[in-house]
Design a protein around this ligand. Structure first.
Ligand code: GLN
Ligand code: ZN
Length: 763
């Protein structure tokens, strides 16, 4: 990169904050546990920021973001920046004290945390700002400015990233249920002040994220953009704004977007590719176009030759100083550095690119577009080789899987008989009382359980000893469930590290990384599996455990599986097949497992689908298609069994109103959902729809350490009984109990069983 004018600019919209080795997680947890002081935490954070800036620069980024870092969450940062904190959290003047910040994020003994929810259709969770109808905003915390100056003083000129005011308001929750956009005129002046201060500190560009621009928007929201952006664009003469929508194309918002008086626009070409043609057709002048051409949501190495083909005419048309290359969205959603991933199979490794490598890909494209392909011939050839190797690899293509998929018929996705026939057959076989009690599957993953698993993984605990340990834990859990009188016991899932990983490790087509961490929320990180090839089930996965557990009790043991959509949703999915087909492959693998469980005498099988709703596309018109194949996949997995085998499913974190029809179409005999926290509000959708099958509305909020008493749970059940037929109702907690302690779980479940008994007597 000797001649900068001869290459295009390369930007990122944000870089993973957690650090290549999860340094942020380690520091946060040490700080929260009192093992690290504030100064040390802040020093770690500053080191991480600096390392990120350097890493991006060294790998070829020329436009480097600041304020993309966060100690917990960037939406929370924005709320704090704007002084928009609920009553009881105010801190007066100056930067927010860490104690307040973390109290908002995690709650403390006096105050509950802010709510947390999914960031658009990603697996990242943000803290939901809570606003009052007369909310005041002020520049209460100048983090964007501090971090810009911090970089500047380290010799790195950055483009600060702000979450834009309209998206911020739309992501917030109004305490009175009112319209958050009514607050726009109060919040815009704070952004104006901030932009002025950034300009004064030396910023020339600011990236304003408005991911809401890829959603279906009401005219009122479009009007809000039309009001806010002329003001923001003129906030500080000479300061230019790059407006960034991502996670999709702008679609019908494109007209508006192109009219906004901002100096630059970002386009997510992965999901809204054709829009750049529209831009070229209109030939708008003066603006800068940032093209998100590398997938910020997945881990596959890019097809550089194809991208050059596609970009050359765009650059020729728009002019190379008016084009910036970028990932499709922030790199927050991919792991940091493939170089650390030394354990991975070398073939597969060659097919992947993590955040660091993605910047390298952009740099190659930038040079190829600036200096001609000859300048990057070797790099493009190497990418093409890797891609070709992947395309023809025998590890990806399993003809048996393809043949089986091709033979699937509509009948495969349908139980032999309708619910009523099945219900009668199941009643006869299972002989359960009214309001049958059960749990969602997992019991506490105690330190002991995790230690045994870790010792086994390190080779310090033999397979036999580990097995003995797990059997004892399972036996004890079942004995205890019998003692308190649970009608449908579970084995407890002690053998499972994670509900996707456990299955993925036993399925062909899945790979696991050692270092591929992605932030889920705060200090929490996940390592999504990589679905790289055709999925099949070489051998039974859970049957031995189910058989063992069933041998310990006369009661019907519930077998426990993770559903196909959830496995898909929580993985990095191959990009050479439609997601629906990958999901069907997983569904067929699970179907074999379901059939084997049935053959082993397991009468009740639960297929968890907590992620069905989060897979819902952001745009309404894409939803029907998704729901159709998601439902079909669940049914493919679950329909191979006889009438008298009872299929359960479980969902949590869900609102059901807009998908209740599809939930019903899944035709599970029993569904358990999370309703304790909403005081059964979530049931309304089921009641209004006259949901015909059985339902277990959660009566125990497992997210809190508190133990609900019998009366509280009885009341919840009585509420449920006003909305559903009593004969439809099951009694269970909101979700699995793996994060709880036995001391919390034991009394809560004993109370739950007692509540069911009281209800039986009352009805
Ligand atoms: N069976 C799982 C468990 O109990 C379900 C977890 C979930 O819904 N996320 O842990
Ligand atoms: Zn759950």
């Amino acid at each position: 990169m000797s001649d900068l004018s001869n290459t295009l600019a390369v930007a990122t919209l944000g870089f993973p904050r957690i650090g290549p080795r999860r340094e942020l997680k380690t520091a946060l947890e040490a700080f929260w546990a009192g093992r690290m002081d504030e100064a040390a935490l802040l020093a770690t954070a500053a080191d991480l920021r600096f390392a990120n800036w350097l890493r991006q620069r060294q790998n070829g980024a020329t436009v480097i973001p600041s304020n993309d870092f966060s100690l917990y969450d960037h939406v929370l940062d924005t709320a704090v920046m704007l002084g928009a904190v609920p009553p009881g959290f105010d801190w007066g003047e100056g930067p927010v004290p860490l104690s307040t910040y973390f109290a908002l994020a995690r709650g403390d003994k006096d105050r509950p945390a802010l709510e947390m929810t999914k960031w658009f259709d990603t697996n990242y969770h943000y803290m939901v700002p809570e606003l009052g109808p007369r909310q005041d905003f002020r520049l209460a915390d100048d983090k964007p400015l501090r971090e810009f100056i911090e970089a500047r003083d380290a010799g790195i000129h950055t483009r600060p990233v702000l979450l834009g005011p309209v998206s911020f308001l739309l992501l917030a929750k109004m305490r009175d249920g009112g319209d958050p956009l009514a607050l726009l005129h109060r919040v815009v002046p704070v952004y104006v002040e901030l932009l002025q201060r950034l300009k004064a500190a030396g910023a020339d560009w600011v990236q304003i994220d408005e991911p809401a621009l890829v959603l279906d928007l009401d005219p009122a929201v479009l009007a809000a953009f039309g009001k806010a952006y002329p003001v923001l664009a003129q906030a500080a003469p000479g300061l230019r704004l790059l407006l960034a929508g991502y996670f999709g194309g702008y679609g019908d918002n494109l007209d508006l977007v192109l009219r906004l008086p901002v100096a630059g626009l970002h386009f997510d070409l992965l999901r809204g590719g054709h829009e750049i043609n529209e831009v070229m057709r209109r030939q708008p002048t003066g603006k800068l176009y940032q093209l998100g051409v590398i997938d910020g949501r997945n881990v596959w190495r890019a097809d550089l030759a194809a991208l050059l083909d596609r970009l050359e005419p765009v650059v020729a048309r728009l002019g190379r100083d008016r084009v910036i290359l970028a990932p499709s969205c922030s790199l927050l959603h991919v792991p940091v550095d493939l170089a650390l991933e030394t354990g991975l199979d070398p073939d597969l490794r060659r097919w992947l690119a993590f955040a660091t490598q993605k910047i390298g890909e952009l740099a190659i494209l930038a040079r190829g577009l600036g200096q001609g392909r000859g300048a990057v011939r070797a790099e493009v050839a190497s990418a093409a080789d890797a891609l070709e190797a992947r395309r023809i690899s025998a590890r990806i293509h399993d003809p048996k899987v393809a043949r089986r998929l091709a033979r699937v018929t509509a009948a495969d996705a349908r139980r032999a008989h309708g619910f009523e026939t099945r219900r009668d057959a199941q009643k006869k076989r299972l002989n359960l009382p009214d309001f049958p009690t059960t749990t969602i599957g997992s019991f506490p993953q105690t330190a002991e359980v995790r230690q045994a698993r870790a010792a086994h993984a390190r080779g310090e605990l033999s397979a036999a000893d580990y097995d003995t340990f797990l059997k004892a834990a399972t036996a004890e859990a079942i004995r205890w469930q019998e003692e308190i009188g649970i009608d449908v016991p579970v084995h407890g899932e002690f053998e499972r590290n994670d509900m996707v990983q456990y299955f993925g490790e036993q399925l062909a087509g899945f790979a696991f990384t050692r270092t591929g961490w992605v932030q889920s929320y705060g200090s929490r990180c996940v390592r999504p599996p990589v679905i790289y090839g055709d999925v099949s089930r070489p051998r039974p996965m859970t049957v031995e455990w189910a058989r063992y557990a069933q041998s310990l009790t006369e009661k019907p043991m519930k077998g426990m599986l993770t559903g196909p959509v959830t496995m898909l949703q929580w993985s990095f999915v191959r990009d050479d097949l439609p997601r629906a087909d990958v999901c069907r492959q997983i569904a067929l693998a699970l179907r074999d497992e379901v059939d084997d469980l049935e053959a082993a005498g397991i009468a009740i099988i639960q297929i968890d689908e907590p992620a069905i709703r989060e897979g819902l596309p952001l745009r309404r018109r894409e939803r029907a298609d998704y729901l159709a194949w998601a439902v079909e996949c669940f049914r493919l997995a679950s329909s191979g069994v006889r009438d008298e085998t009872q299929i359960h499913t479980h969902m949590c974190y869900s609102e059901f109103n807009d998908i209740i029809q599809s939930i019903a179409a899944m035709d599970a005999d029993v569904i358990s959902i999370e309703t304790a926290r909403s005081k059964m509000e979530l049931l309304a959708a089921f009641a209004d729809w006259r949901y015909p099958n059985e339902i277990g509305p959660g009566v125990y909020d497992i997210h809190a350490p508190r133990c609900p008493d019998v009366a509280e749970m009885t009341d919840l059940l009585k509420t449920a009984a006003t909305r559903l037929e009593p004969g439809q109702i099951w009694v269970n907690p909101d979700c699995g109990l793996k994060t709880r302690k036995w001391d919390e779980v034991r009394p809560a479940l004993a109370n739950m069983v007692e509540a069911a008994r009281r209800l039986r007597r009352a009805m």
